[in-house]
Design a protein around this ligand. Structure first.
Ligand SMILES: O=C(O)[C@@H]1CCC=N1
Length: 324
């Protein structure tokens, strides 16, 4: 990614912080970011943690983040009128229009955010990257064009990405999908953003597979937390103290993941190698199999994948132009 690109984050929550935090750690300069965040407490947190970061709040903050700062006097006037609040440590600084806009908001508010920003995005034509679950690229384009007769080719390209929360510790796994009009440079920018906080970055060819990415790696950390909770509880029920049970469980999970990552064996072979015939692991695995663990996992991942699709339908986030 060129270090000249200016990035505007619409939404300054955990995922946004993971991404820009990762980019900062890679040497991307703080001055290249602007964050628009509606919650004052979150703005205060970001401002305190990243001195000098441009954090905007207020009704015009999203537009300002994309458009760049107007002249200082106009900015001051907007501040005085209460239409935008800027990070007081940088309130007088100038910042250029964004070349990349990262929509880092919940799917429930994505539509209203993009409808509001439509004219600004159409005028500025930044690369638009969405991290919202479910909402399809065609729907985001539709929101951008609402009220106009513009065609998709007149709109900025949209790239959908699905990061996951281990990005917060630079161990993310992310999936990406780009529409055909995205250039190689734009794909490279999106990939670099994800790679800054992810060890695994995978492009998918069909947009529906982003729902499957959501079902496996987007939601997946919670599946492993549930498994770890269950193992910890089981050991406690058998008489172990919780602290020891937790520590052994977490290290076992980490060790298994590292083995799986570094070994040339496939996952089944790794499992079989732990499992002595008629031994302790065999007893546990047979119990899992008897309980239908594989089918349960399949149904669970499928439920997340389906929920990603139904979320889009509920929130007006389906692409209506290309599908029956
Ligand atoms: O649960 C969710 O809806 C989001 C998407 C992936 C992870 N969290």
């Amino acid at each position: 990614m060129t270090l000249q690109s200016r990035l505007a984050f619409i939404g300054g929550g955990n995922m946004a912080e993971a991404i820009f935090g990762g980019l900062l750690a890679c040497g991307y300069p703080l001055s290249q970011f602007v964050i628009s965040e509606p919650l004052q407490a979150r703005c205060d947190y970001l401002t305190a943690k990243y001195p000098g970061l441009q954090v905007l709040s207020g009704p015009q903050a999203n537009h300002l983040a994309v458009n760049g700062s107007p002249s200082v006097s106009r900015t001051q006037a907007m501040i005085t009128e209460g239409s935008v609040q800027m990070n007081p440590t940088t309130a007088s600084s100038e910042f250029a229009p964004a070349e990349v806009v990262i929509l880092a908001v919940k799917p429930q508010v994505l539509r209203s955010v993009v409808l509001d920003l439509g004219n600004t995005l159409r005028t500025r034509q930044p690369l638009v990257i969405s991290i919202a679950a479910g909402i399809e690229t065609g729907a985001i384009a539709r929101f951008m064009a609402e009220g106009t007769s513009l065609q998709p080719r007149d709109l900025p390209p949209v790239i959908r990405v699905m990061p996951n929360t281990p990005s917060l510790v630079n161990e993310g796994a992310a999936g990406l999908y780009a529409t055909g009009d995205a250039t190689a440079e734009q794909r490279h920018i999106a990939e670099s953003l994800m790679a800054a906080v992810s060890n695994q970055v995978s492009w998918v060819e069909r947009e529906s597979l982003i729902d499957t990415v959501t079902g496996i790696s987007g939601s997946g950390p919670a599946y492993f937390f549930l498994m770890m909770e269950s193992m910890e509880d089981a050991a406690v029920a058998l008489g172990m103290d919780r602290e020891t049970a937790k520590a052994l469980t977490i290290q076992t999970c980490l060790g298994a993941a590292k083995m799986a990552q570094s070994s040339s064996d496939d996952l089944k072979t790794l499992r079989v190698k732990v499992t002595s015939p008629q031994g302790t692991t065999d007893a546990a695995i047979k119990t899992f199999e008897k309980g239908g663990l594989r089918e349960l996992v399949y149904q669970s991942v499928k439920a997340a994948d389906s929920r990603s699709k139904s979320l889009a339908a509920e929130l007006g986030g389906k692409d209506l132009s290309t599908k029956l």
